[in-house]
Design a protein around this ligand. Structure first.
Ligand SMILES: Cc1cc2nc3c(=O)[nH]c(=O)nc-3n(C[C@H](O)[C@H](O)[C@H](O)COP(=O)(O)OP(=O)(O)OC[C@H]3O[C@@H](n4cnc5c(N)ncnc54)[C@H](O)[C@@H]3O)c2cc1C
Length: 396
């Protein structure tokens, strides 16, 4: 008998899972993606839009109907609630029962939780914000630019640092950098803490060579015109403020009782099954998985796996393989190994390759290579590979 597999969220992880499953199951199996947006948003392009490298909206936001395999079902509705016991998903228009559910709803942005964010801070993490930042940078001639990380965790831990270095490069190339001061304020102890202290130190040195001032362990409480106020009673002034808003699990996940004290959905680190006992790695909800930014995976050092598309993508492949095995009556053996590679923009046309094994004991092992022009090329290839990936499936 054919089964229904519901994929909640048509972002990086959800679309990977949908395409992977479609390739593994007969066509009479129902594989449906429920997504509230009309488009797939490729977040890494925000950084390039910010410095004017990509000016077309289409590069960042691709209409779902253009990139999805034609035989995939997309339900353009908002998920309101998930009942893991009955495997029922409630949207704003209907309820659907499933045999398997993959929660891939990412993280949601909550800028309104910091007073003054929406009024005074440009949002580095949305399309509109990325284009606005570019306009401001183009006309900025002197003064203070502050990059602000409001809360942790957030998607892609290197992104605000990359943004600061790209902005510095952009302004230097325009010949106006001498009269501009760039600073980063963050609650983190050092950049990218999940990658370990040595990577953080290497990053601090790169920031130093770009004359970017770094102010760790500052948690913003309020933003006023030209002033940021921190919980330690310190203040900082700015002329242009660019920020990463607070992140959290989407409301529908929280209201379905699927999150724990991490704020996200606890999952088995290898199979991505949703857990109801994190210590014993057990679940009462077989057949329900959470992948990507919605998931909270505790590492062996007690910290959490950073939120990155490369992880969402690999987790999606693992879950797709295991669901296909279960349906065929085979033992599910695919396992996520906590490894991933990313390319970190450092300005001057260069990027540094970061390769990590986040499941290493006692701490993740992350290596940051020397920045090079080749790595930036690889970063752009990686973005194009993503486009090819969809078209390759579409043509099958
Ligand atoms: C500036 C920036 C640069 C980045 N660079 C990189 C990089 O170089 N490499 C890398 O690996 N990662 C990078 N990332 C991180 C990466 O983009 C995310 O980790 C990845 O998108 C997570 O995938 P996901 O599927 O979990 O969530 P998402 O891609 O966010 O998808 C979630 C989807 O669920 C939908 N959804 C949510 N709630 C509902 C609801 N109630 N009803 C219906 N649909 C819903 C959303 O609309 C969304 O489409 C970057 C992120 C940013 C912001």
């Amino acid at each position: 008998m054919s089964k229904t597999i519901l994929i909640l969220g048509g972002g990086w992880g959800g679309l990977t899972a949908a395409h992977a499953l479609k390739g593994k199951l007969p066509s009479d199996y129902r594989i449906a993606v429920i997504e509230k947006r009309q488009s797939f948003v490729f977040y890494p392009s925000f950084l390039r839009a910010m410095v004017g490298e990509t000016t077309g909206l289409n590069y960042i936001e691709s209409p779902l109907k253009n990139i999805l395999r034609k035989d995939l079902e997309i339900i353009n509705e908002e998920i309101i609630r998930i009942n893991p016991e009955t495997k029922t998903v409630y949207t704003n228009a209907q309820s659907i029962n499933a045999d398997y559910i993959i929660v891939a709803m990412g993280a949601e942005l909550y800028p309104e939780t910091i007073p003054g964010f929406n009024e005074h801070c440009l949002n580095l993490y949305d399309t509109k914000g990325a284009f606005e930042i570019h306009q401001k940078l183009q006309n900025f001639k002197k003064g203070k630019i502050a990059f602000l990380v409001t809360r942790t965790p957030f998607r892609c831990p290197p992104a605000p640092y990359e943004a600061a270095m790209l902005a510095e490069w952009f302004l230097r190339e325009k010949g106006v950098k001498n009269e501009i001061e760039i600073s980063i304020y963050t609650p983190e102890k050092f950049p990218m803490p999940s990658a370990g202290e040595h990577v953080g130190e290497a990053f601090r040195q790169i920031l130093n060579t770009h004359n970017i001032r770094f102010f760790p362990e500052n948690t913003v409480t309020k933003i006023k015109e030209n002033k940021i106020i921190f919980s330690n009673n310190k203040e900082a002034s700015y002329d242009l403020l660019i920020g990463v808003p607070p992140h959290g699990a989407p409301k529908a996940i929280v209201e379905s009782g699927l999150t724990n004290s991490s704020g996200y959905v606890p999952v088995h680190p290898q199979t991505m099954e949703i857990l109801d006992n994190v210590e014993e790695l057990t679940t009462h909800f077989p057949g329900i998985y959470a992948i990507g930014d919605s998931a909270g995976i505790m590492l062996l050092n007690g910290k959490y796996l950073p939120k990155g598309g490369v992880f969402a993508e690999e987790e999606a492949q693992v879950v797709a393989r295991n669901i296909a095995s279960l349906i065929k009556g085979e033992k599910p053996v695919a396992s996520f190994n906590g490894q991933g590679v990313c390319y970190v923009d450092v300005g001057d046309g260069m990027a540094a390759e970061g390769a990590g094994d986040f499941y290493a004991y006692p701490d993740p092992v992350v290596k940051l290579a020397m920045p090079s022009k080749e790595s930036r090329k690889a970063k752009h290839e990686f973005e194009r590979i993503f486009e090819w990936w969809f078209s390759e499936y579409q043509n099958k």
